[in-house]
Design a protein around this ligand. Sequence first.
Ligand SMILES: [Fe+2]
Length: 472
Amino acid sequence: MGVMGLSFSSAVATVVIVLGSVLNAAVVCHGGITSSFVRKVEKTIDMPLDSDVFRVPLGYNAPQQVHITQGDHEGRGVIVSWVTVDEPGSNTVLYWSENSKRKNRAEGIMVTYKFYNYTSGYIHHCTIKNLEFNTKYYYVVGIGHTPRKFWFVTPPKVGPDVPYTFGLIGDLGQSYDSNMTLTHYELNPAKGKTVLFVGDLSYADNYPNHDNVRWDTWGRFTERSTAYQPWIWTAGNHEIDFVPEIGEFIPFKPYSHRYHVPYRASDSTAPFWYSIKRASAYIIVLASYSAYGKYTPQYKWLEKELPKVNRSETPWLIVLMHSPWYNSYNYHYMEGETMRVMYEPWFVQYKVDVVFAGHVHAYERSERVSNIAYNVINGICTPVNDQSAPVYITIGDGGNLEGLATNMTEPQPKYSAYREASFGHAIFDIKNRTHAHYSWHRNQDGYAVKADSLWFFNRFWHPEDDSTSTQS
Ligand SMILES: [Fe+2]
């Protein structure tokens, strides 16, 4: 009886396993494209401290690590940040539009911090407000010692048909590959005007005691872009810098001293989640590493924020976060799941166009899918096609020293439209209220080559059109 019982249960178990595999295969197969491009495997290593790109500018107390970001909600403000190392120096920014001789001044603030045995330079932040839209401005920092002059162009006034070109970079670091990514972005003929950066900046925390000298080198390396166009910052896990064993208990200390964002302008209470409008886009930055559960400040803010987005004014709703919700690599798999469970129904309800994330050091684009039917009782937990859902793009392929994520889950799940383990950047090129062209550019190709691309048809202005995006 015992023997019979055992073989009967084995037979049942076999049937269940076989049936299970068939069903499982039916559910997960028919995925998208796994690129056949095979990148030559080379070790990703950081550029040495004496590299050209890390050179300290000449002159006493010369400003270094100059970077700008949007300084208000509408695009008429700019936050200018820079570091001086010999002495505190001036907090003043001198600025003037190219059409005018009249020079204006704005006064900023200065901060410093200590991290274990490192003491920062004098970090200056100055917000310039009430600029004219669509205007080139020159600005000077380092007044009184070694002035350095830069320029930026303000965005056009917010409006539904304003074309605008965003660059997308994530997980950049400071390796030779990082330098290739930045160069590739700078020379892309699409000419990105603002970088949407999806987190993980310097990777200083990979050095002993999170050697903050590598925050300084990163600031000097990226200055050639960040001083001339705004980078919109998202905090990643490499910004946390929480190291209690060496007495560093304050999360995000180096990041939040160095990179200021206009979070108060969107009624946020912390610099890790906030929003801006720029041209025809509404950009919401979320924090994967700050509390996001129900009743938390981030949750309450986002709940109020989404209904504020007026798609007649800003038809394009873009969300940035660090940890992706839809990722089919064997790296950081399902790390974004808890935030997805909290916020995905809102993203579908409010028809977010696209979500950009980083974290996984590779590239992936999803179909329009959602997984909001899930609950513990009914057990439904499979992503399904959903034309109200965003496209999810993982762009954590900036080229940091940790190297590429090459190992993917097989077979490619249905929600994954395209994936490839190469370094690169992307461009989100808004044409008008109805059309935006998206493209991904791998570092190995020529500057104009699009390794993956997609037309976005805006669903607010084309609600009857269910072909919301097509590959081009
Ligand atoms: Fe990360």
